[in-house]
Write a protein that binds this ligand. Structure first.
Ligand SMILES: C[S@@+](CC[C@H](N)C(=O)[O-])C[C@H]1O[C@@H](n2cnc3c(N)ncnc32)[C@H](O)[C@@H]1O
Length: 406
């Protein structure tokens, strides 16, 4: 790891390559709390470290699995990749569990692929005590990190720091290096969509955002927060949800407006994972956005590991009451079959196009449809083969196969 690896409160290093995160002078900003939050969030906001929740552990599993899958792919073709943790936290939880910065560092350090590219980690934390705690934790792991890792801990706010980085990139007419940006706030006051949009306009950036649904819904329409909501969503369309009295419909509307906003930045693929609280109500959505179908596939694989039913949900309630089964463990293959038929009935489609559809337009994986859906359909005569290679066995669908759905 380089000499400047942990800059603590100091400046970021100047880097001249035009394909990198630009350097900028760290600034020390005292910013009021300003966030809107519930009791739990408020308690956490007051403590330097706090107890980890089961849903946070699930979030960390998704982060770790995705990062482990993403890193070897991106470092294969790029000399530099970035991991930016915009709300880094203190580094550890009260029970000694690793926070997201350590998860990113350790899984990269211990990765069997041993990435050779420069991997730049930037951890931004606003709270001074948590920042100091984080720096201490990072100092401990520093000697174990390979030389091609650079670590920057920045005391400041996500929005200010990212704006400065993005302004620098714009001035250089450059693009941000391939990045995974993790945006994990307590509340919703400090994640303006304008900044998210600017990040996602860089074609090789991916984001994982904690969208604090419960609080957002609780304060929706509050006269003190109208501007905050406009900034959070990057549109005033959220006001449409105020008219929805049915809670499920309202949740769907709020979710979909944010998803549509993410798509509107030019991000091709957006998926979300729903975290439920101890009362089994939606706490937040973890949104993932990427320009890359392979990235989407890897994220979906990570999400399936956390929820093997494919509903993309995790509940602290079911975690605490393990005997209660609210979601089936079996994926809903009948549902996937209906999606495929809804899209392709009466048409012919290549196996490649069908695979892309499953990956990009459904929650399912490429391993989910040939054996489970297409094979029984072929056996029952519910589909026919318009074209395939010679010698194909019944119920197999090699590349180049074209399927006709009646
Ligand atoms: C949910 S915690 C982050 C947890 C961490 N990502 C993890 O998974 O271990 C949110 C953190 O963001 C910090 N924070 C609050 N407002 C911030 C801001 N505007 N910019 C950067 N950090 C902020 C809080 O002090 C808190 O430590």
């Amino acid at each position: 790891m380089g000499d400047d690896a942990v800059s603590g409160l100091s400046a970021f290093r100047q880097v001249s390559c035009d394909n990198v995160i630009s350097s900028y002078k760290s600034r020390f900003q005292s910013v009021g709390c300003g966030g809107v939050g519930g009791k739990n969030a408020l308690a956490k906001k007051l403590e330097t470290v706090w107890q980890i929740d089961p849903h946070t552990q699930s979030k960390h599993t998704i982060l770790r699995r995705y990062w482990e899958a993403w890193l070897p792919i991106m470092t294969k073709y790029n000399q530099r990749v970035l991991y930016i943790d915009g709300f880094a936290g203190p580094g550890k939880y009260a029970g000694g569990e690793d926070g997201s910065p350590l998860i990113a560092l350790k899984s990269a350090r211990d990765h069997h692929a041993r990435p050779k590219s420069e991997v730049v980690f930037t951890f931004i934390e606003k709270d001074k005590k948590r920042f100091d705690h984080l720096v201490e934790i990072i100092e401990q792991i520093k000697p174990t990190l390979p030389k091609n890792f650079r670590v920057h801990c920045v005391h400041g706010t996500f929005d200010d720091q990212m704006t400065e980085v993005l302004n620098g990139i714009d001035e250089q007419r450059a693009k941000l290096a391939p990045s995974l940006v993790f945006i994990d706030p307590f509340g919703f006051s400090h994640t303006p969509f304008g900044t998210v949009r600017r990040i996602m306009q860089n074609p090789r950036c991916e984001i994982l955002v904690t969208f604090m649904y419960e609080e957002i819904n609780r304060f929706l329409g509050h006269p003190d927060h109208l501007d905050t909501y406009d900034r959070l969503f990057g549109t005033d369309r959220w006001r449409e949800a105020l008219a929805a009295s049915d809670p499920d419909r309202r949740r769907r509307m709020i979710h979909d407006i944010y998803r549509d906003q993410l798509r509107g930045t030019g991000v091709e693929y957006v998926r979300s994972f729903e975290m439920l609280n101890q009362g089994n109500r939606t706490d937040y959505f973890l949104f993932f956005g990427t320009h890359n179908l392979l990235g989407l596939e890897k994220m979906k694989e990570a999400m399936w590991k956390v929820d093997p039913s494919g509903t993309f949900q995790f509940s602290d309630f079911t975690d605490a009451n393990r005997t209660m089964k609210l979601f089936g463990d079996e994926p809903d293959f009948e549902g996937l079959k209906n999606m495929i038929l809804g899209r392709f009935s009466g048409t012919s489609v290549s196996i490649e196009e069908l695979t892309n559809f499953v990956l990009s337009d459904t929650p399912f994986l490429r391993t989910h449809f040939k054996t489970q859906i297409l094979r029984p359909m072929e056996v029952r005569g519910e589909l026919s083969i318009a074209h395939t290679k010679e010698g194909r066995r019944l119920g197999t669908f090699p590349d180049g196969t074209v399927i006709r759905f009646p």
